[in-house]
Design a protein. Structure first.
Length: 154
């Protein structure tokens, strides 16, 4: 559950910003919040794969230790798929323009690549997947969202 609690702690930021700017919590921001929750949980599961031996030795019940690396990676993939679907739904609910959806496709491509780097028996590319690609996902979504908003407001 720690991966999802971490996801929620980051995921509430979009809702908090929405509330701060509008004074209320509206339905369109919920899918964006869910997207951040799922994206974060997905990449945190990947990062936790490195610790499953330690977790087993110290009787910690992490997701990779509890269900194994292959199933943990599958959960991570499901989380990332849900994140992309949530971004699509959120964009539709707020009336985002085409640039937003290009940004979602960009993020989806990076997440697919991220998932392809890490294998249950080869964690040598976890840092590339976890640190580098997730930085590009977050910056990419922001840049495309900003561009979409600027183009639609001009």
């Amino acid at each position: 559950m720690c991966h999802f609690v971490l996801g929620l702690s980051l995921g509430i930021a979009p809702s908090a910003a929405w509330i701060a700017s509008t004074g209320k919590l509206d339905a369109p921001i919920i899918p964006i919040t869910l997207a951040v929750l799922c994206w974060t949980a997905g990449f945190d599961i990947i990062y936790a794969l490195q610790d499953d031996d330690f977790d087993r030795d110290h009787r910690l019940r992490s997701l990779p230790q509890t269900i194994g690396r292959p199933k943990a990676l599958m959960v991570s993939r499901v989380c990332h798929t849900l994140a992309v679907v949530s971004l699509i739904i959120g964009g539709m609910m707020v009336g985002a323009g085409p640039v937003w959806f290009v940004g979602v496709a960009f993020a989806a491509g990076l997440l697919i690549y991220e998932q392809s780097l890490v294998k249950p028996n080869d964690l040598s590319k976890v840092n590339m997947a976890f640190f580098t690609l997730n930085g590009f996902v977050s910056l990419g979504v922001f840049v495309f969202a900003l561009a979409d908003q600027l183009l639609r407001s001009s």
